[in-house]
Design a binder for this molecule. Structure first.
Ligand code: ARG
Length: 407
């Protein structure tokens, strides 16, 4: 009799590979692996062979880069969502998409369970579980298995388990630090090992997308980014798809050392953790879009949007992607961004990015109003009456209360 199936989110790494065997042994389920490509150069090569060698009955490899950029990264970028003002949420955007694909795959192959490799102390388990439970709320219930949260094996026990199961795992030398790294096209998150000392400065070999700022070119480089309704569409005048644009900007900004972030972060599960990120394209795009908004949004729109940005960021970070509130916020943001089209010039130099120009056909900047030259059309005389009424409450209060107290 055929066994029931479980779809496992599969990266090809050691934990993930061991999980194939572990799920079969502990749950008596056949394992179908699902590897989703969300960019950032994951090692997809040989992933099917590795899954098969551990006994997976089928392995799915899905390229969802376009969907990731369009439906996850872009809404977050438009909303200005940076967790605790610095983290571009790369991993946090990836998880709800993976959850969605796990549920889709499970329905497709008729699985009774899905599995992911998260441990019990991170944010990612929350994002996966909440996403899966929400998306699977209709239809047959799906069981969630999280081997690394359940198996209680130490690193050495995992290795023994792998050896017993006859798995060949690529070993790294004993002396080598092994950071926990999560990567997709929007960024790279590095944690663990020596970084767990918050005073310890991240060593140069921890970074892979960004040059050390003291090793970057002597010449600054300017890049022009074009946006259409808040969506990036071109680099230096060359129109391109989102995935290509993000990849190119990662390379360009990374080569100037832009995009390194060292953060002591508040996790949803209540602990603080030291996180190092490399998010070159994200840093430049957030900065550029914010600069364009200064031209295309009215002051009040800017203020309200700025208040919603951290709410949006917390919502993404906390695994509440599949909620009506997110859709409501997206609706506001998209409405606010209707006229945020135009170009921004950013200078990249030795680890920093600086906006040096912005323009839009819908800019609210009016030269005739702003200029101090002879072309000035601003009504200076009208300012007198405006200030008279504007300062009326302050003057009244000064006379009736404050001045009286002073007497
Ligand atoms: N702290 C980040 C987040 O919660 C990144 C987690 C990445 N995971 C990792 N294994 N490095 O989104």
């Amino acid at each position: 009799m055929a066994r029931d199936k479980c779809v496992l989110a599969y990266s090809g790494g050691m934990d993930s590979t061991i999980s194939i065997v572990w799920i079969r042994e502990n749950y008596n389920l056949d394992v179908v692996t699902l590897t989703v490509d969300i960019g950032g150069g994951p090692e997809l090569e040989g992933v099917r062979e590795r899954a098969a060698s551990a006994g997976a009955i089928e392995s799915l490899v899905w390229d969802v880069k376009d969907e990731f950029a369009r439906d996850f990264i872009v809404p977050g970028l438009k909303a200005g969502a940076m967790y605790e003002s610095v983290y571009a949420l790369s991993t946090a955007f990836g998880r709800p998409l993976m959850a969605k694909k796990l549920v889709e795959a499970a329905r497709q192959v008729g699985a009774v369970a899905v599995a992911h490799g998260c441990t019990g102390k991170g944010n990612d388990q929350v994002r996966f579980d909440a996403g899966i439970k929400t998306l699977a709320a209709h239809g047959e219930p799906l069981r969630i298995i999280a081997p690394a949260r359940e198996w209680e094996m130490t690193r050495d026990e995992e290795k023994e388990f792998a050896a017993r199961a006859g798995l060949e795992l690529r070993e790294v030398g004993d002396d080598q630090r092994v950071y926990s790294i999560d990567r997709n096209m929007w960024g790279l998150a590095i944690e663990g090992e020596d970084l767990e000392d918050t005073w310890f400065s991240a060593p140069e070999d921890a970074f892979s997308w960004t040059q050390a700022p003291d090793q970057t070119p002597d010449q600054a480089e300017e890049v022009e980014i074009s946006f259409d309704k808040g969506v990036p569409t071109a680099l230096n005048g060359n129109e391109m798809g989102l995935v290509e644009l993000i990849d190119q900007l990662n390379l360009l900004a990374g080569s100037h050392g832009v995009g390194r972030v060292d953060h002591l972060e508040n996790r949803l599960v209540g602990i603080k953790s030291r996180e190092v990120y490399e998010t070159p394209a994200a840093v430049v795009l957030y900065q550029a879009l914010a600069a364009l908004e200064t031209a295309t949004l009215a002051r009040d729109q800017q203020r309200v949007k700025a208040q919603l940005a951290p709410i949006y960021a917390d919502l993404v970070y906390d695994g509440r992607w599949y909620t009506a509130l997110r859709e409501n916020l997206d609706a506001f943001v998209s409405s606010a961004m209707r006229y945020t089209s135009g170009d921004v010039r950013v200078k990249l130099y030795r680890g920093s990015s600086t906006v040096t120009g912005r323009r839009s056909p819908h800019s609210l900047y009016d030269f005739e109003l702003a200029t101090y030259s002879t072309e000035d059309e601003f009504d200076h005389a009208a300012a007198v009456g405006f200030i008279d009424i504007y300062s009326l409450p302050a003057r009244t209060q000064m006379k009736r209360q404050t001045m009286r107290d002073a007497r």
